[in-house]
Design a binder for this molecule. Sequence first.
Ligand SMILES: [Zn+2]
Length: 411
Amino acid sequence: MTSNDSSWGGRRRRACGALLLLLACVAAAAVQASAPAAVAPQARGVWRFADDGVVFDNRQEGARLGGVRRAGDGRYGVAVTPETQPINPSPWYGFRVAAQRPRTVEIALDYGAFRHRYRPWLRRAGEPGWRAAGGDEFALGDDGVARLTLALDDRAVEVFAQQPIGIGEVERWSAALAARVGGQVETIGRSVQGRPLQALAFGEPAAPDLVLVLGRQHPPEITGMRALLAFVDALAGDDARARDFRARHRVLVLPLLNPDGVAEGHWRGNANGADLNRDWGPFREPETRAAAAAIAAQLDGGARRLAFAVDFHSTWYDILYTVTEDPSRAPGGLLRGWMDDLQTRFPERIRERPGPAGASAVFKNWAFRAYGAPVATYEVGDATGEAETAELARFAAERLMARLAAQGTTP
Ligand SMILES: [Zn+2]
Protein backbone atom coordinates (compact mmCIF):
# COMPACT_ATOMS: atom_id res chain seq x y z
CA MET A 1 0.00 0.00 0.00
CA THR A 2 1.10 3.57 -0.61
CA SER A 3 1.09 4.44 3.08
CA ASN A 4 4.11 2.18 3.52
CA ASP A 5 5.92 3.30 0.41
CA SER A 6 7.42 6.77 0.62
CA SER A 7 8.69 6.74 -2.97
CA TRP A 8 5.15 7.13 -4.28
CA GLY A 9 4.64 10.87 -3.85
CA GLY A 10 2.30 13.67 -4.77
CA ARG A 11 0.48 15.55 -2.08
CA ARG A 12 -2.25 13.13 -1.30
CA ARG A 13 -5.19 14.02 0.86
CA ARG A 14 -6.50 10.97 2.59
CA ALA A 15 -10.20 10.35 2.02
CA CYS A 16 -10.54 9.40 5.68
CA GLY A 17 -10.15 13.05 6.66
CA ALA A 18 -13.86 13.75 6.52
CA LEU A 19 -15.81 12.74 9.60
CA LEU A 20 -18.20 10.40 7.80
CA LEU A 21 -15.40 8.63 6.04
CA LEU A 22 -13.48 8.47 9.28
CA LEU A 23 -16.43 6.63 10.81
CA ALA A 24 -16.47 4.31 7.79
CA CYS A 25 -12.76 3.66 8.31
CA VAL A 26 -13.36 2.87 11.99
CA ALA A 27 -16.13 0.46 10.96
CA ALA A 28 -13.83 -1.14 8.40
CA ALA A 29 -11.17 -1.53 11.09
CA ALA A 30 -13.76 -3.23 13.32
CA VAL A 31 -14.57 -5.66 10.52
CA GLN A 32 -10.87 -6.38 10.18
CA ALA A 33 -10.56 -6.99 13.89
CA SER A 34 -13.21 -9.71 13.72
CA ALA A 35 -11.68 -11.21 10.58
CA PRO A 36 -7.92 -11.16 11.02
CA ALA A 37 -7.30 -12.38 7.46
CA ALA A 38 -8.87 -9.20 6.01
CA VAL A 39 -6.70 -7.22 3.66
CA ALA A 40 -6.33 -3.47 4.29
CA PRO A 41 -8.81 -1.47 2.23
CA GLN A 42 -7.20 0.51 -0.56
CA ALA A 43 -6.09 4.02 0.49
CA ARG A 44 -8.51 6.30 -1.35
CA GLY A 45 -7.37 9.79 -2.12
CA VAL A 46 -6.13 12.50 -4.45
CA TRP A 47 -2.62 12.91 -5.85
CA ARG A 48 -1.94 16.55 -6.83
CA PHE A 49 1.05 17.68 -8.88
CA ALA A 50 0.78 21.45 -8.57
CA ASP A 51 3.78 22.25 -10.82
CA ASP A 52 2.19 20.34 -13.69
CA GLY A 53 -1.42 21.22 -12.84
CA VAL A 54 -2.29 17.51 -12.93
CA VAL A 55 -4.50 15.63 -10.47
CA PHE A 56 -5.10 11.89 -10.07
CA ASP A 57 -7.63 10.21 -7.80
CA ASN A 58 -9.00 6.77 -7.03
CA ARG A 59 -12.19 7.66 -5.20
CA GLN A 60 -14.78 6.08 -7.50
CA GLU A 61 -16.22 2.56 -7.14
CA GLY A 62 -14.02 -0.06 -8.76
CA ALA A 63 -10.99 2.20 -8.87
CA ARG A 64 -7.60 0.81 -7.96
CA LEU A 65 -4.49 2.94 -7.76
CA GLY A 66 -1.63 2.15 -5.40
CA GLY A 67 0.23 5.43 -5.84
CA VAL A 68 1.44 8.01 -8.35
CA ARG A 69 5.10 8.91 -8.94
CA ARG A 70 6.24 11.95 -10.94
CA ALA A 71 8.99 10.95 -13.38
CA GLY A 72 9.40 14.35 -15.06
CA ASP A 73 7.36 17.18 -16.53
CA GLY A 74 4.00 15.63 -17.40
CA ARG A 75 5.38 12.10 -16.92
CA TYR A 76 4.07 9.78 -14.24
CA GLY A 77 4.18 6.21 -13.06
CA VAL A 78 1.08 4.74 -11.45
CA ALA A 79 1.42 1.73 -9.15
CA VAL A 80 -0.92 -1.15 -10.03
CA THR A 81 -1.06 -3.18 -6.83
CA PRO A 82 -3.00 -6.29 -5.78
CA GLU A 83 -5.02 -6.68 -2.59
CA THR A 84 -2.87 -9.56 -1.41
CA GLN A 85 -0.17 -11.95 -2.63
CA PRO A 86 0.30 -14.53 -4.01
CA ILE A 87 -2.51 -13.85 -6.46
CA ASN A 88 -3.84 -14.73 -9.89
CA PRO A 89 -2.23 -12.32 -12.41
CA SER A 90 -5.21 -10.09 -13.18
CA PRO A 91 -3.67 -6.63 -12.67
CA TRP A 92 -6.75 -4.45 -12.49
CA TYR A 93 -6.38 -0.69 -12.31
CA GLY A 94 -8.80 2.23 -12.31
CA PHE A 95 -8.29 5.92 -11.68
CA ARG A 96 -9.22 9.40 -12.79
CA VAL A 97 -6.87 12.07 -14.10
CA ALA A 98 -7.36 15.71 -15.13
CA ALA A 99 -5.24 18.79 -15.96
CA GLN A 100 -6.06 22.38 -15.03
CA ARG A 101 -4.93 23.56 -18.51
CA PRO A 102 -4.91 21.52 -21.74
CA ARG A 103 -1.75 19.43 -21.95
CA THR A 104 -0.47 16.00 -22.86
CA VAL A 105 0.71 13.61 -20.14
CA GLU A 106 2.44 10.26 -20.28
CA ILE A 107 1.43 7.63 -17.72
CA ALA A 108 3.32 4.36 -17.27
CA LEU A 109 1.41 1.53 -15.59
CA ASP A 110 3.80 0.00 -13.08
CA TYR A 111 2.80 -3.61 -12.42
CA GLY A 112 5.73 -4.49 -10.17
CA ALA A 113 6.42 -8.19 -10.63
CA PHE A 114 3.29 -8.69 -12.78
CA ARG A 115 2.78 -8.29 -16.51
CA HIS A 116 0.34 -6.11 -18.41
CA ARG A 117 -2.99 -7.83 -19.12
CA TYR A 118 -5.83 -5.36 -19.70
CA ARG A 119 -5.75 -2.74 -22.43
CA PRO A 120 -7.16 0.50 -20.98
CA TRP A 121 -10.64 1.89 -21.50
CA LEU A 122 -11.29 5.61 -21.24
CA ARG A 123 -14.24 7.84 -20.43
CA ARG A 124 -14.05 11.61 -20.38
CA ALA A 125 -16.43 13.54 -18.12
CA GLY A 126 -19.30 14.91 -20.17
CA GLU A 127 -18.92 12.30 -22.93
CA PRO A 128 -21.51 9.56 -23.22
CA GLY A 129 -19.58 6.33 -22.90
CA TRP A 130 -16.42 4.29 -22.62
CA ARG A 131 -14.04 3.64 -25.48
CA ALA A 132 -10.93 1.51 -25.82
CA ALA A 133 -7.73 3.58 -25.73
CA GLY A 134 -6.61 4.26 -29.30
CA GLY A 135 -3.30 3.32 -30.91
CA ASP A 136 -2.00 6.85 -30.37
CA GLU A 137 -3.01 6.73 -26.70
CA PHE A 138 -1.71 3.35 -25.56
CA ALA A 139 1.35 1.26 -26.34
CA LEU A 140 2.91 -1.81 -24.79
CA GLY A 141 6.65 -1.38 -25.31
CA ASP A 142 9.17 -4.10 -26.10
CA ASP A 143 10.38 -3.52 -22.53
CA GLY A 144 6.95 -4.69 -21.27
CA VAL A 145 6.05 -1.20 -20.04
CA ALA A 146 2.46 -0.15 -20.71
CA ARG A 147 2.26 3.57 -21.48
CA LEU A 148 -0.68 5.90 -21.92
CA THR A 149 -0.34 9.22 -23.69
CA LEU A 150 -3.39 11.32 -22.93
CA ALA A 151 -4.43 14.77 -24.09
CA LEU A 152 -5.98 16.17 -20.91
CA ASP A 153 -7.97 19.19 -19.92
CA ASP A 154 -10.10 20.03 -16.89
CA ARG A 155 -12.67 17.35 -17.79
CA ALA A 156 -11.48 14.32 -15.84
CA VAL A 157 -10.68 11.16 -17.78
CA GLU A 158 -11.36 7.82 -16.14
CA VAL A 159 -8.84 5.12 -17.03
CA PHE A 160 -9.98 1.57 -16.27
CA ALA A 161 -8.61 -1.88 -17.05
CA GLN A 162 -11.93 -2.85 -18.65
CA GLN A 163 -15.12 -0.96 -19.36
CA PRO A 164 -16.55 -1.24 -15.83
CA ILE A 165 -19.87 -2.82 -14.94
CA GLY A 166 -20.65 -1.59 -11.44
CA ILE A 167 -22.75 -2.87 -8.57
CA GLY A 168 -25.56 -0.35 -9.16
CA GLU A 169 -25.76 -1.25 -12.85
CA VAL A 170 -26.24 -4.95 -12.02
CA GLU A 171 -28.81 -4.12 -9.34
CA ARG A 172 -30.80 -2.00 -11.81
CA TRP A 173 -30.60 -4.77 -14.40
CA SER A 174 -31.89 -7.33 -11.86
CA ALA A 175 -34.76 -5.09 -10.78
CA ALA A 176 -35.82 -4.32 -14.37
CA LEU A 177 -35.65 -7.99 -15.40
CA ALA A 178 -37.65 -9.09 -12.35
CA ALA A 179 -40.31 -6.47 -13.12
CA ARG A 180 -40.49 -7.65 -16.74
CA VAL A 181 -41.00 -11.38 -16.06
CA GLY A 182 -42.64 -11.35 -12.63
CA GLY A 183 -39.47 -12.40 -10.81
CA GLN A 184 -38.08 -11.50 -7.40
CA VAL A 185 -34.89 -9.85 -6.23
CA GLU A 186 -33.87 -10.95 -2.77
CA THR A 187 -30.98 -10.15 -0.43
CA ILE A 188 -29.56 -13.55 0.49
CA GLY A 189 -26.85 -12.30 2.83
CA ARG A 190 -24.11 -9.74 3.32
CA SER A 191 -20.54 -9.51 2.10
CA VAL A 192 -17.60 -9.16 4.51
CA GLN A 193 -17.99 -5.36 4.35
CA GLY A 194 -21.78 -5.59 4.74
CA ARG A 195 -22.89 -5.05 1.15
CA PRO A 196 -26.11 -6.86 0.19
CA LEU A 197 -25.70 -10.05 -1.83
CA GLN A 198 -28.53 -10.11 -4.33
CA ALA A 199 -30.26 -13.06 -5.94
CA LEU A 200 -32.70 -12.83 -8.82
CA ALA A 201 -35.29 -15.60 -9.14
CA PHE A 202 -37.84 -16.08 -11.88
CA GLY A 203 -39.76 -18.75 -13.74
CA GLU A 204 -42.33 -21.17 -12.38
CA PRO A 205 -42.23 -21.24 -8.56
CA ALA A 206 -43.50 -24.84 -8.49
CA ALA A 207 -41.22 -26.15 -11.27
CA PRO A 208 -39.33 -29.36 -10.46
CA ASP A 209 -36.13 -28.17 -12.19
CA LEU A 210 -33.76 -25.33 -11.31
CA VAL A 211 -31.34 -23.56 -13.65
CA LEU A 212 -28.59 -21.80 -11.68
CA VAL A 213 -26.48 -18.92 -12.97
CA LEU A 214 -23.55 -17.53 -11.01
CA GLY A 215 -21.20 -14.66 -11.73
CA ARG A 216 -18.51 -12.16 -10.79
CA GLN A 217 -16.75 -14.17 -8.14
CA HIS A 218 -13.65 -12.50 -9.61
CA PRO A 219 -13.97 -8.70 -9.84
CA PRO A 220 -11.97 -7.91 -13.02
CA GLU A 221 -13.89 -10.44 -15.13
CA ILE A 222 -16.08 -7.97 -16.96
CA THR A 223 -16.43 -9.90 -20.23
CA GLY A 224 -17.83 -12.85 -18.25
CA MET A 225 -20.25 -10.47 -16.51
CA ARG A 226 -21.39 -9.18 -19.88
CA ALA A 227 -21.98 -12.76 -21.09
CA LEU A 228 -24.01 -13.51 -17.94
CA LEU A 229 -26.26 -10.49 -18.57
CA ALA A 230 -26.91 -11.55 -22.20
CA PHE A 231 -27.42 -15.21 -21.21
CA VAL A 232 -29.98 -14.38 -18.52
CA ASP A 233 -31.68 -11.76 -20.72
CA ALA A 234 -32.25 -14.56 -23.25
CA LEU A 235 -33.75 -16.84 -20.55
CA ALA A 236 -36.05 -13.93 -19.71
CA GLY A 237 -36.89 -13.22 -23.35
CA ASP A 238 -40.36 -12.59 -24.68
CA ASP A 239 -40.20 -15.26 -27.42
CA ALA A 240 -42.20 -18.49 -27.28
CA ARG A 241 -39.20 -20.67 -26.38
CA ALA A 242 -38.21 -18.52 -23.41
CA ARG A 243 -41.80 -18.23 -22.17
CA ASP A 244 -42.20 -22.01 -22.40
CA PHE A 245 -38.86 -22.49 -20.62
CA ARG A 246 -39.97 -20.23 -17.75
CA ALA A 247 -43.27 -22.07 -17.47
CA ARG A 248 -41.35 -25.31 -16.80
CA HIS A 249 -38.29 -24.14 -14.86
CA ARG A 250 -37.22 -22.07 -11.90
CA VAL A 251 -34.16 -19.86 -12.47
CA LEU A 252 -31.84 -18.59 -9.73
CA VAL A 253 -29.25 -15.96 -10.69
CA LEU A 254 -26.48 -14.80 -8.35
CA PRO A 255 -25.07 -12.20 -10.72
CA LEU A 256 -22.44 -10.50 -8.58
CA LEU A 257 -21.16 -12.62 -5.74
CA ASN A 258 -18.18 -10.42 -4.82
CA PRO A 259 -19.41 -6.82 -4.42
CA ASP A 260 -16.60 -5.85 -2.01
CA GLY A 261 -13.98 -6.98 -4.50
CA VAL A 262 -15.72 -5.05 -7.27
CA ALA A 263 -15.96 -1.88 -5.15
CA GLU A 264 -12.31 -2.08 -4.09
CA GLY A 265 -10.97 -2.88 -7.54
CA HIS A 266 -9.58 -6.20 -6.30
CA TRP A 267 -7.72 -8.43 -8.73
CA ARG A 268 -9.27 -11.64 -7.41
CA GLY A 269 -10.52 -11.84 -3.85
CA ASN A 270 -13.22 -10.64 -1.49
CA ALA A 271 -12.51 -8.19 1.36
CA ASN A 272 -10.63 -10.96 3.17
CA GLY A 273 -8.44 -11.46 0.12
CA ALA A 274 -10.02 -14.90 -0.33
CA ASP A 275 -10.64 -16.38 -3.77
CA LEU A 276 -14.36 -17.21 -3.57
CA ASN A 277 -14.02 -19.76 -6.34
CA ARG A 278 -11.76 -21.81 -4.05
CA ASP A 279 -14.23 -21.71 -1.15
CA TRP A 280 -17.01 -24.07 -2.31
CA GLY A 281 -16.48 -26.71 0.33
CA PRO A 282 -14.63 -24.92 3.13
CA PHE A 283 -17.24 -22.10 3.05
CA ARG A 284 -15.05 -19.80 5.15
CA GLU A 285 -16.43 -16.67 3.45
CA PRO A 286 -19.89 -15.11 3.98
CA GLU A 287 -20.45 -14.70 0.23
CA THR A 288 -20.09 -18.40 -0.62
CA ARG A 289 -21.97 -19.46 2.52
CA ALA A 290 -24.92 -17.23 1.57
CA ALA A 291 -24.87 -18.49 -2.02
CA ALA A 292 -24.82 -22.16 -0.99
CA ALA A 293 -27.70 -21.55 1.43
CA ALA A 294 -29.75 -19.78 -1.25
CA ILE A 295 -29.13 -22.66 -3.67
CA ALA A 296 -30.07 -25.24 -1.03
CA ALA A 297 -33.27 -23.29 -0.27
CA GLN A 298 -34.26 -23.32 -3.94
CA LEU A 299 -33.59 -27.06 -4.17
CA ASP A 300 -35.84 -27.53 -1.16
CA GLY A 301 -34.28 -30.62 0.38
CA GLY A 302 -34.26 -32.55 -2.91
CA ALA A 303 -37.82 -31.64 -3.94
CA ARG A 304 -36.30 -29.76 -6.87
CA ARG A 305 -33.51 -30.95 -9.15
CA LEU A 306 -30.54 -28.84 -10.23
CA ALA A 307 -31.00 -29.28 -13.98
CA PHE A 308 -28.08 -27.11 -15.08
CA ALA A 309 -25.57 -24.71 -13.52
CA VAL A 310 -23.20 -22.24 -15.11
CA ASP A 311 -20.59 -19.92 -13.58
CA PHE A 312 -19.36 -16.97 -15.67
CA HIS A 313 -15.70 -15.87 -15.71
CA SER A 314 -13.10 -14.29 -17.97
CA THR A 315 -9.66 -15.44 -19.04
CA TRP A 316 -7.31 -14.96 -22.00
CA TYR A 317 -9.68 -16.72 -24.47
CA ASP A 318 -13.18 -18.18 -24.74
CA ILE A 319 -13.32 -21.67 -23.17
CA LEU A 320 -15.75 -23.87 -21.26
CA TYR A 321 -14.59 -26.00 -18.36
CA THR A 322 -16.66 -29.07 -17.55
CA VAL A 323 -16.48 -32.05 -15.16
CA THR A 324 -14.88 -35.17 -16.65
CA GLU A 325 -17.09 -37.66 -14.81
CA ASP A 326 -20.35 -35.77 -15.48
CA PRO A 327 -22.64 -38.40 -17.09
CA SER A 328 -24.45 -35.65 -19.03
CA ARG A 329 -21.26 -35.27 -21.12
CA ALA A 330 -21.93 -38.71 -22.69
CA PRO A 331 -23.72 -38.87 -26.07
CA GLY A 332 -27.41 -38.13 -25.54
CA GLY A 333 -26.69 -36.14 -22.38
CA LEU A 334 -27.68 -32.52 -21.83
CA LEU A 335 -24.18 -31.12 -21.53
CA ARG A 336 -22.90 -33.05 -24.56
CA GLY A 337 -25.77 -31.83 -26.74
CA TRP A 338 -25.37 -28.24 -25.57
CA MET A 339 -21.62 -28.27 -26.10
CA ASP A 340 -22.03 -29.84 -29.55
CA ASP A 341 -24.49 -27.07 -30.45
CA LEU A 342 -21.96 -24.39 -29.39
CA GLN A 343 -19.03 -26.04 -31.17
CA THR A 344 -21.04 -26.53 -34.36
CA ARG A 345 -22.13 -22.91 -34.42
CA PHE A 346 -18.75 -21.45 -33.29
CA PRO A 347 -16.26 -24.13 -34.44
CA GLU A 348 -13.06 -22.12 -34.18
CA ARG A 349 -14.00 -20.43 -30.99
CA ILE A 350 -15.46 -22.82 -28.44
CA ARG A 351 -13.23 -25.30 -26.72
CA GLU A 352 -14.29 -27.63 -23.93
CA ARG A 353 -11.77 -28.58 -21.28
CA PRO A 354 -13.05 -31.25 -18.90
CA GLY A 355 -11.34 -31.81 -15.56
CA PRO A 356 -12.01 -34.19 -12.67
CA ALA A 357 -14.32 -32.86 -9.94
CA GLY A 358 -11.96 -34.33 -7.35
CA ALA A 359 -12.09 -32.58 -4.01
CA SER A 360 -11.56 -29.11 -5.49
CA ALA A 361 -13.40 -26.15 -3.97
CA VAL A 362 -14.18 -24.58 -7.35
CA PHE A 363 -17.93 -23.90 -7.76
CA LYS A 364 -18.29 -26.18 -10.80
CA ASN A 365 -16.80 -29.17 -9.03
CA TRP A 366 -18.82 -28.56 -5.86
CA ALA A 367 -22.08 -28.24 -7.86
CA PHE A 368 -21.36 -31.59 -9.50
CA ARG A 369 -20.38 -33.32 -6.26
CA ALA A 370 -23.20 -31.85 -4.16
CA TYR A 371 -26.04 -32.08 -6.69
CA GLY A 372 -24.84 -34.19 -9.66
CA ALA A 373 -25.68 -31.24 -11.89
CA PRO A 374 -24.58 -30.72 -15.47
CA VAL A 375 -22.31 -27.75 -14.93
CA ALA A 376 -19.88 -25.53 -16.82
CA THR A 377 -17.48 -22.72 -16.06
CA TYR A 378 -18.11 -20.33 -18.92
CA GLU A 379 -14.99 -18.26 -19.61
CA VAL A 380 -14.97 -15.28 -21.97
CA GLY A 381 -11.75 -13.88 -23.43
CA ASP A 382 -10.54 -10.59 -21.92
CA ALA A 383 -10.60 -8.98 -25.36
CA THR A 384 -13.70 -10.69 -26.76
CA GLY A 385 -15.86 -7.87 -28.12
CA GLU A 386 -19.19 -6.82 -26.69
CA ALA A 387 -21.26 -7.97 -29.69
CA GLU A 388 -19.58 -11.38 -30.07
CA THR A 389 -19.82 -11.97 -26.32
CA ALA A 390 -23.56 -11.27 -26.37
CA GLU A 391 -24.13 -13.32 -29.54
CA LEU A 392 -22.50 -16.44 -28.11
CA ALA A 393 -24.20 -16.03 -24.71
CA ARG A 394 -27.65 -15.64 -26.29
CA PHE A 395 -27.06 -18.68 -28.48
CA ALA A 396 -25.87 -20.67 -25.45
CA ALA A 397 -29.07 -19.75 -23.59
CA GLU A 398 -31.30 -20.57 -26.56
CA ARG A 399 -29.68 -23.97 -27.09
CA LEU A 400 -29.88 -24.73 -23.37
CA MET A 401 -33.61 -23.94 -23.37
CA ALA A 402 -34.13 -26.08 -26.50
CA ARG A 403 -32.15 -29.01 -25.02
CA LEU A 404 -33.99 -28.80 -21.69
CA ALA A 405 -37.34 -28.77 -23.52
CA ALA A 406 -36.31 -31.83 -25.58
CA GLN A 407 -35.23 -33.61 -22.41
CA GLY A 408 -38.54 -32.84 -20.69
CA THR A 409 -38.74 -32.85 -16.94
CA THR A 410 -38.17 -36.55 -16.36
CA PRO A 411 -35.29 -37.08 -13.94
ZN1 LIG B 1 -12.62 -16.16 -12.75
